[in-house]
Design a protein around this ligand. Sequence first.
Ligand code: AMP
Length: 282
Amino acid sequence: MQRVTRVAELRVWRRTAAEPVGFVPTMGYLHDGHLALVRRARAECAAVVTSIFVNPTQFGPQEDFATYPRDLDRDLALLAAEGVDLVFAPDVGEVYPPGFQTWVEVSELSRPLEGAFRPGHFRGVATVVLKLFNMVQPNRAYFGQKDAQQARIIEQMVRDLDLPITIVTVPTVREADGLALSSRNVYLSAAERQAALVISRALRAVAARWAAGERDAAELRQVLRDILATEPSVRPDYATVADLRTLVEIEGRVTPPALVAVAARVGRTRLIDNVVLGEWLT
Ligand code: AMP
């Protein structure tokens, strides 16, 4: 496995790489969710690139950029064991040199859900992902359904900007008790982690009601919110049912695919999770 920090080195590798090249962008501190993306890429592509870059422009001023967990040596060992061909781990200055001033905004899809609580977040995400795409020039790129709005925004950007890249969305990997894997789970105390289980429990209950034939958005939202309310230490930013295509909250009858999405604060940690009713868009 090759490890590079400079775009120039990446380009040298890319010139002779076997295609299709699969790309898995990450912020590191890898867990089995990230590795599910890597395994899917490994199964589908002749060469696999993973990036590890904690992108400062997607963090708000009060957010956890400085304290975001990092462990590059461990990440490199995990990726080598998965048969990754190249790891791109640039410094901030390599991605954002002095004078940087060009931004990508996927306007509509960035407004609801996370966008309403994290102003500028998706501008940072779309910008860094487009830059990474231009650096790596992958044929296929892999994203987690755990960050469903992010995946939708990248799909839209690829379409709007005519990028010759296939976006693959991979189902969320969970702990045995339902908690969605996240690098930020390390912030949780044992009690907070226990309380946080209410999120996946509430999502599962909505999926079960959907499977049993419930189609009324208000009813499904109520199931979600009632279960979340049983854990007062878990404080939702939003808990809703949205159209997966537009990410706009659904009123009335739900037609698939729909996104049941939750963001909630548990202590100082902000967690997001979701389930899709129906199939992810193709
Ligand atoms: P991050 O390092 O948090 O930026 O995540 C990198 C990629 O891994 C993103 O596409 C995430 O959606 C994906 N990812 C994170 N957690 C999970 C999970 N539990 N299951 C599947 N994919 C995930």
